[in-house]
Design a protein. Structure first.
Length: 88
């Protein structure tokens, strides 16, 4: 399955959920499963990412909450300097 954008002459392009298969003669064919043209762009992008095997994480502030944050930068800088001094 894949999402294909098909241009229309005077209308906005059609966004289609399709699958490919081979017919009896062995030729590649496409079958349209759904028309996604009326969905928002971010939803189509999320579906496209999921079909590629990715993971979609919400981007709205209420979808993700930080429970704990640990400082990292100064520790990495000190460790890098110690390693530089030890090898040099």
């Amino acid at each position: 399955m894949f999402i294909e954008t098909v241009p229309n002459r005077t209308s906005p392009p059609a966004v289609l959920l399709r699958e490919s298969y081979r017919d009896e003669q062995g030729r590649a064919q496409k079958r349209t499963l759904a028309n996604l043209s009326k969905l928002p762009d971010d939803v189509v992008d999320g579906l496209r990412a999921l079909l590629r095997g990715g993971t979609v994480i919400g981007t709205r502030p209420d979808e993700m909450r930080i429970e704990r944050s640990l400082p990292h930068g100064h520790v990495a800088a000190a460790l890098g300097m110690l390693r530089r001094i030890a090898t040099g």
